[in-house]
Ligand binder design. Structure first.
Ligand SMILES: [Zn+2]
Ligand SMILES: [Zn+2]
Length: 337
């Protein structure tokens, strides 16, 4: 079988190997679609500090169950998606059901070889059989689950006004799940193309241009109340720090972004609002199931985010092009026949 390996930053190449065999407790998945994520871009670009090479990338995966190992009761031939976070099950976080922030977490395609290949063996517990959602949509379930988890962290209800900061794939997902939760949803970014894309494709209520006066725009949009929940998906220190001053009194900030820096805030501003600040990392099985239910009933549209597609055989050639901002890639999916 063929794999695409990231040999070193900037170099993707095909590798030929034997088709793997499912051991006890494992599923052999015939990969049918792979979502391309910011993590893959950073790994390819060499800006992921904890990445080791060579590495087979790809953690947003869907496929067909080709075979099962001993003790696995999953139907061969059925469609499935992958939960790529392998948790230890024993640490302090796992014991509380927070497997998404396990102290020993291993992510497929990050800490170990991933799914840019024709066949992959996976623990059966992390392969979820699903009907009625096509492979290309199942491949972006992980990306959407991160947004869904952030919305759950924000305890969002129909009474909230939510501002999602950052209109990349994670932010576009978070905005859609805030809508599903019934909230008035505002999307903010510096990129007008992304905002008009979101206005066109997704049912959000308003947009904020972060190149302008954000406070004034929020003041007008909320009658001076400001957003009751802010979900940051920017990866931008300035935006993350500014969010403390854009929040309603009694509100909650959720940081999905991770940046390699310290974040500071003005304590009187924080205190007077009785601000709640939360991190949001990865997602749990509950979030994945919510995403798939929303895709199946049409309340969330992954198709609106997938702007580019390629065949597996073309990916190493086309990927360096897609990284250029002028290509306008929001989300790309690799398909295998
Ligand atoms: Zn991802
Ligand atoms: Zn754990």
């Amino acid at each position: 079988m063929k794999s695409i390996v990231c040999q070193q930053p900037g170099e993707l190449k095909f590798l030929e190997s034997d088709k793997p065999q499912a051991k006890a407790g494992e599923v052999l998945l015939k990969i049918r679609a792979i979502g391309v994520c910011g993590t893959d871009i950073h790994a390819f670009g060499g800006s992921q500090p904890f990445f080791t090479y060579p590495r087979i990338l790809g953690h947003e995966l869907s496929g067909e169950i080709e075979a099962v190992g001993e003790g696995v009761d999953l139907p061969v031939g059925k469609s499935a998606y992958v939960i790529p976070y392998l948790e230890c099950g024993e640490c302090v976080a796992c014991k509380k059901g927070k497997t998404n922030c396990c102290t020993n977490i291993e992510v497929i395609g990050v800490h170990r070889d991933g799914g840019m290949c024709e066949y992959l063996c996976l623990p059966a517990s992390h392969v979820v059989v699903t009907e009625g959602v096509p492979f290309d949509q199942l491949a972006v379930v992980e990306c959407l689950a991160i947004g869904a988890h952030a919305v759950r962290r924000g305890d969002i209800t129909k009474d909230d006004t939510v501002m999602v900061l950052g209109a990349g794939p994670i932010g576009l997902g978070a905005a859609q799940f805030a809508k599903v939760a019934g909230a008035k949803t505002i999307l903010a970014d510096v990129n007008e193309d992304r905002l008009s894309f979101a206005e066109r494709e997704l049912d959000i209520d308003a947009t904020v241009d972060c190149k302008g006066d954000v406070s004034a725009q929020l003041d007008a949009l909320t009658n001076g109340d400001f957003p009751t929940v802010i979900i940051d998906c920017t990866g931008n220190k300035g935006a993350m720090q500014s969010s403390f001053g854009w929040l309603a009194h009694g509100g909650t900030i959720v940081f999905v972004s991770i940046i390699k820096a310290d974040i500071t805030f003005n304590d009187p501003e924080f205190h007077k609002r009785e601000t709640t600040l939360k991190g949001s990392r990865n997602a749990t099985k509950q979030d994945f199931e919510h995403v798939v239910a929303c895709l199946a009933n049409g309340s969330v549209r992954s198709t609106a985010m997938v702007t580019h597609k390629t065949d597996f055989s073309e990916f190493p050639t086309i990927f360096p092009e897609w990284i250029k901002p002028q290509t306008g890639v929001v989300k790309a999916v690799i398909e295998l026949g």
